[in-house]
Design a protein. Structure first.
Length: 307
């Protein structure tokens, strides 16, 4: 059994340190399988736990331990999730592995999630359990198919989009463009339109919409810069730009360009993280991505409207 599952040369330099100890996971003893003490309940409970670990171990062995590299591991996991009566798992696996191989973004996604998400405890968890990660990788496969331009492959990409929407509640058009290092946290209810562009190292929480205004055709969706945070329930509409390092607060509605490094809340209202409190201290907290909205109101009286 391998204690180092993924090559550090594959996909963004993903290392095995502290995370993908898949061999150890598969090797967990079947707790209680032979009985524990004289308590019948303990024996029954232990047997059930053992059966669950054995089942998970089988999937872990086939999807992770037998994978040659990160692309293969992710492809195996995504194919198993996407498979249905109309989508063959073997065909999906071959397609996913092929389309992901050589792409550095999945590895960058894993590392970004591990760094930014306090709930992420290992690379193994990210690759096998986080539906936001799964939805993003399914999108990456669909996007690669879409770019081929052929009628058949575009429809295959749309079939993957539809299946991902059914499974994870994430609807991303395969023509959208998404950079690496993405944390899509929780993911449920995320909608990203056809001509949307998302830069590198961004964070997207659940319920985010990158949509059109309903008044345009063609290039009609938002352009999101690098290191942008889109809070839960945020809605960004139209062919506008949210520039590098900006934060869109939870439930904000944005229809105008957001300058770099700014925070937008409510309806097109800005807080400037570079401004100081009356005591000369920054009101941007160092330990979290969001800003102290109350401090903004208290010290500045009102927030600035965009435009």
């Amino acid at each position: 059994e391998r204690s180092r599952v993924f090559s550090t040369q594959q996909n963004g330099g993903l290392a095995a340190r502290g995370g993908l100890a898949a061999a150890a996971f598969v090797g967990i003893p079947l707790v209680g399988a032979a009985g524990r003490g004289d308590d019948g309940d303990d024996q029954a409970r232990g047997g059930a736990i053992g059966e669950g670990v054995a089942a998970a171990g089988g999937a872990m062995r086939s999807q992770i331990l037998e994978a040659s590299d990160l692309s293969a591991a992710i492809g195996n996991v995504i194919a198993a999730r996407l498979a249905s009566s109309s989508l063959d798992e073997t065909t999906l696996r071959e397609m996913c592995v092929c389309e992901l191989r050589g792409d550095p973004r999945p590895g960058a996604d894993v590392e970004a999630i591990l760094e930014k998400d306090p709930a992420a405890i290992s690379r193994l968890q990210i690759v096998t359990c986080l539906k936001g990660f799964h939805a993003v990788q399914a999108f990456r496969v669909a996007h690669s198919l879409w770019k081929s331009g052929s009628f058949a492959q575009k429809h295959a990409a749309l079939a993957l989009q539809n299946r991902a929407s059914e499974l994870w509640g994430v609807d991303v058009h395969p023509a959208a463009q998404i950079g690496g290092g993405l944390l899509m946290d929780h993911a449920t209810g995320v909608v990203i339109g056809e001509t949307a562009v998302i830069g590198h190292d961004c964070t997207i929480l659940h319920g985010v919409t990158l949509g059109g205004t309903g008044k345009e055709r063609g290039d009609r969706h938002p352009k999101i810069g690098d290191s942008v945070v889109l809070g839960a329930g945020a809605t960004v509409l139209g062919n506008i730009r949210v520039n590098d390092g900006a934060t869109v607060g939870s439930q904000a509605v944005v229809t105008k360009e957001v300058p770099a490094g700014m925070t937008v809340i409510g309806l097109n209202k800005l807080l400037d993280p570079r401004r100081k409190t009356k005591n000369g201290d920054d009101f941007k907290r160092s330990d979290t991505w969001h800003y102290e909205i109350d401090a903004g109101y208290e010290y500045f009286g009102a927030v600035e409207h965009i435009g």
